[in-house]
Design a protein around this ligand. Sequence first.
Ligand code: IPE
Ligand code: IPE
Ligand code: MG
Length: 232
Amino acid sequence: MKSIPQHVSIIMDGNGRWAKARGKERVYGHIEGVESVRACLEAAVEEGVKYLSVYAFSEENWNRPEAEVMALMELMFQSMKKEFKTFMDNNVRFMVLGNRARLSENLNAAIDAMMAETSVNTGTTLILFLSYSGKWDILQAMKKAAASLSAQEFQQMELQDFDRYLVTAGIPDPDLLIRTSGELRLSNYLLWQSAYTEYYFTDTLWPDFRKPQFREALEEYARRDRRYGKVK
Ligand code: IPE
Ligand code: IPE
Ligand code: MG
């Protein structure tokens, strides 16, 4: 039997280069990239992947030109509304994780509504990491823990106790992390949570990463030998 990862996470990269290669504005790459999210979600549902998470916007991405940031936020807003029926039809639960305080009131309201309405779904969970960074997550977790524990409890905290303060509380760590576009870095993504994740790098640009490419990554994952430091 093929081993299917419980949680697949993707650093969706290369939209700008995809557009540039076609002589178009960067935003065209982002628009086309939404189609790739849909394709990968479909494949995840078909393959029985319980969690699909995507890095949609990092804390560092706020430093991009204002026009691009605005276009990305608008695209996020529109796509979420457009995909609502797809989520309900496919039993998909939708979540957004990240520094929500930096998002607009409008976008936050739409996210809350989508999360509430899809919370009844029991199939695949799609997580959008928005205004997220791994270091930010660890810091906010530390602050949350410090505020809710006594000094003694804080001192006695074990590794697994820390997980519940991260924004990913209750979500299994990613088994497979895919990064497209040939970049070989984490870019401040799930630092704590990817401690034992299998990495898969591909030169394919995100708008070109569709079902066959997703399945290829799953096949590569099935060939990996996860030892967790032990001898097999
Ligand atoms: C990924 O594509 C999308 C986001 C980071 C929001 P990029 O916009 O980073 O595209 P490249 O890397 O410049 O090609
Ligand atoms: C990482 O891509 C962030 C997302 C995919 C949302 P970037 O394109 O922002 O990362 P760098 O700048 O290459 O590290
Ligand atoms: Mg990039």
